[in-house]
Design a protein around this ligand. Structure first.
Ligand SMILES: [Fe+2]
Length: 217
């Protein structure tokens, strides 16, 4: 009897240690080589000179943060991907097939590989890295909806994001001639990760409104 109890205690102890080990391993993987938000922003500013490119990356950062929060994912990590995802944009404008591959060179050793893979997957048409994870798919949807939201703000008489409502976004989303660059099928990738489109409009709009003054909207 005593032996059975002793065995159960040892087993429980081992399981507990295993769980701790796994947790520690996960945290170690997440925190190894990670830029702070400030370091990332400085890196962006060193690589991007056009205001609209910087504003776009700040926009995607805010939307990714909102999506992560909604899904219970790692907000800091998702936001960082949004902020960094087009860091090579100006340097690869003439060579779109290099877009995000140059980013890989810039970010190598500075952020975890999973972030770099997500950024490569947002240009899957050229890199061939297909989006698979929620984080990778969220980046595609967030990147695409940011253009739609900015366009929605700019057609308001005030040109302010504050006047844009979720219904405005839903209506403009259906108008295929409006902001055609904001590819609707990329926005709809949100539904593959469990965010219904109307909910995603709301999350993205609210996220962008938090930085409206920063991006001149
Ligand atoms: Fe982008």
């Amino acid at each position: 009897m005593h032996e059975a109890i002793l065995f159960a205690v040892i087993l429980e102890n081992l399981q507990f240690r295993y769980i701790l080990l796994q947790l520690f391993k996960t945290n170690e993987n997440l925190s190894d080589v990670m830029l702070t938000r400030n370091e990332a922003l400085n890196l962006v500013k060193n690589n991007v000179s056009k205001r609209n490119v910087l504003f776009h990356m700040l926009a995607v950062e805010a939307i990714m943060r909102g999506a992560a929060k909604y899904l219970g994912e790692n907000e800091e990590q998702w936001a960082l991907i949004g902020l960094l995802h087009d860091i090579d944009y100006e340097k690869t404008e003439a060579t779109p097939e290099r877009h995000s591959l140059l980013t890989e060179e810039i970010l190598k050793g500075l952020v975890p590989e999973v972030l770099i893979k997500a950024i490569k997957a947002h240009n899957f048409r050229h890199t061939g890295v297909m989006p698979e994870t929620r984080m990778e798919k969220a980046l595609i949807a967030s990147d695409a909806i940011s253009g739609l939201l900015v366009a929605c703000a700019l057609v308001m008489p005030s040109k302010k994001l504050a006047d844009v409502k979720v219904e405005t976004v839903a209506k403009k989303f259906k108008d295929k001639d409006f902001a055609r660059g904001a590819e609707r099928e990329r926005i709809l990738v949100c539904e593959e990760i469990g965010i219904p489109r109307e909910k995603f409009f709301e999350i993205a709009l609210n996220g962008l409104k938090t930085i409206a003054s920063e991006i001149g909207l």
